[in-house]
Design a protein around this ligand. Sequence first.
Ligand code: PEP
Length: 252
Amino acid sequence: MKQKLIAGNWKMNGSLAANEVLLQGVQQGLAQALNGKQAQVAVCVPVAYLSQVQQLVKGSGIEVGAQDVSAQEQGAYTGETSAAMLKDFAVRYCLVGHSERRQYHGETDEHVAAKAQRALSSGITPIVCVGETLAERDAGKTEEVVKRQLAAVIHTNGHCISEIVVAYEPVWAIGTGKTASPEEAQAVHAVLRAQLHAATEHADRVQILYGGSMNAANAAQLLSQPDIDGGLIGGAALKSADFLTIIAAAAR
Ligand code: PEP
């Protein structure tokens, strides 16, 4: 059975002291949360803390993730971080196309696809975020939007596409406390799975995560849906007890 992946997105939160407390808490409770079962766990942290977090999680089984990567390989791109640099810190995952990057930094579908390609070519698994705004959902455009966003990544990354992770994150559910119902989320995940099937014979091994106010109370129901292979967790990943409860709900 495919393991579920629970990835925390710390966003622009943390400090040296707070990161240590948070990760100690997660590590102390991890074995109990897994209860002899298995789940993959990652934390996508601010780039400034990669070195610290790499040291803190060593030997724990928790993977390190980044929140963004440059679409460029190297050179005169002030402020950017290349995939090769992330790899120096044992980064296993990198978010690409998070809605906050699309919204505040004008990232286009093509830009996101180029970032996914850079990550893949450095051996980093891109977690490709897709999702509709409330206006798009109300206009009945959810399917069209998520398929367009994923199509750009499939088109650019061709045969590597089974190596990505997809995160369906309805924009209206991120940080708002509003969650897609398990049935609403499953319906979109099924659409994304079908799109992956059309692109690769290995579509079933692609993990499709749900993100958007997943928390300790609603994780089990969301994670029980057939095409929900894990969660991308924002706010609840900053509290070790909540993050551990979500991990426990994902363990199989
Ligand atoms: C996110 O930022 O990816 C996210 C899902 O945030 P939250 O869980 O806080 O809605």
